[in-house]
Structure formats: C-alpha cells, structure tokens
Ligand binder design. Structure first.
Ligand SMILES: [Fe+2]
Length: 252
C-alpha cells in the first residue's frame, strides 16, 4: 500500500524527533503493509519547510532506510496549510506536490474559521494545482457546513481521510463525520497521517477494517494513491464497498 500523508522525516516538523525514532516508525509502516510513503511535512506559518529542504531530507532518510535494510520507499511531498498556500508562488507550490505529481496536499485549518474557503481552494485549482484535501473530517469548517465537501469535490478536488479518524481515534464526532463522508462517496484516499511509532502510529488496513470499510482499502490505499502519483485518471470506486445505511454505520 501507498501512504500519501505521513510525517516521517526526522526533526523537520511535529513528526519523529530523531533518526532512530523515524526508523522505528518506518518499520511500523512496513509491518502495516506499506511499501511507499510520501513524506508530507507541514509547510505552514509554524513550519517553514521548503521543497529544497524536504527533497534533501528525503534523500538522506532513504539512505538511512537502505542502510538499516528497511524495505520502504520514501518520496517527497508536503502538507501545505491553506493560509500558506494562497500566498506562495506557483513554482514552489508545484515543487511541493506529492511525489512530483499534479496533486497538492492542502490542509484546511483544524479550528479557525476561513471565510470563502471553497473560493480559496478553487483559486488554487485554477492556478493549475490538483487539490487533495487533507482530513476534512478533523476540520471545524466541515463540521459546521455539511455541504462544503461536496462543493469542493464538484469543483474537482479529491479528498483524503485519516485512517485513525475512521477507527475513532479522534473521538466519536470526528468518526461519525468521516464515516458519513465515506458513505456519501466523497472520499478518494485514506492515509495514516502518522507522526510517530506509537502515539499516532502508521496503519491503514486495520483501521479500515475497524470501520467496516475493508472493501475500500485496496482502492483508497493503493489504487487511487498510485493513480495520484502517476497523474493518471482515478480508478472507479468499487461498487458496494461503502456501507450505505446509518444503521450499519452507527448502529450498536
Ligand atoms: Fe498531517
């Protein structure tokens, strides 16, 4: 499987603090069945990472992985905050795309209100960036406005949920919204957004199974991520893989 959203580079953001911890996290990725990770450190007003710095860190960490004989491929990417993305030039923004693909992993704010969020996202798309929206189920704007995500998808964005959200790691409210987004067919990618080996660990198939979405795992964690990285049209969502009724999702 391919993990499109993950904090794995040591000492570059709020992910693993040092190489030893990052290697431990990498081993956990491999144990969870992941062979490729796109490293997506924060690029925001709090984390001033650049495409050049990230590329250098990825090359150094791949060498560390190879040296430790951990069978994991790492690629460069970034999780760019919306407020930072709208003020960056297109060359740097393009250099921050996921693995050199046409896609930008865009992080809406978790808590604060953003006026005209849909228009801002549309503006970025009109500048030639395909938008992958990072974990909307954790962002306040999508809790307040249940039509916002459908509007972004209609405008051409695709959507990444965090696996732990589906399994309830961020609480019941986030889990319910994540499952609702999946049941509405508004989700294209599920990624770990892992930050360390234990507190926010790697894992895709297990949380998907917990959420009874195992029928969607290959599509959302392998086939769509592969198409994203290749810049190819997305494969069709498998029929019947998403629970349709609220009773099956939320009953018990
Ligand atoms: Fe993240």
């Amino acid at each position: 499987m391919i993990d499109l959203h993950c904090h794995l580079l040591p000492g570059i953001d709020d992910g693993p603090a040092d190489v030893a911890t990052a290697l431990e996290q990498a081993r956990a990725h491999v144990e969870a069945g992941i062979d490729t990770v796109v490293c997506t450190p924060h690029v925001s007003h709090n984390h001033a990472n650049t495409s050049a710095g990230i590329a250098e860190a990825v090359a150094a960490f791949q060498a560390a992985l190879d040296g430790a004989q951990i069978p994991l491929a790492v690629k460069a990417g970034a999780e760019v905050s919306l407020s930072r993305a709208i003020e960056m030039d297109d060359d740097e923004l393009t250099a921050l795309h996921l693995g050199g693909s046409p896609y930008l992993l865009l992080e809406p704010p978790l808590g604060s209100e953003v006026p005209r969020l849909a228009q801002l996202v549309k503006g970025l798309a009109s500048r030639g960036h395909k938008i992958l929206v990072a974990h909307p189920e954790r962002c306040a704007a999508f809790h307040r406005d249940d039509k916002l995500l459908a509007e972004l998808v209609k405008d051409g964005a695709i959507v990444q949920l965090t696996a732990g959200s589906l399994a309830g790691d961020f609480g019941r409210t986030v889990q319910k919204l994540a499952l609702s987004m999946a049941s509405q067919g508004l989700v294209h990618v599920v990624a770990s957004d892992a930050h360390d080996p234990t507190r926010r660990p790697p894992g895709l198939a297990a949380p998907m199974a917990t959420a009874k979405l195992e029928g969607l795992t290959a599509w959302a964690c392998q086939d769509v991520p592969a198409a994203v990285l290749a810049g190819q049209p997305l494969p069709e969502r498998p029929a019947g893989a998403t629970p349709k009724t609220k009773r099956r999702l939320f009953g018990r």
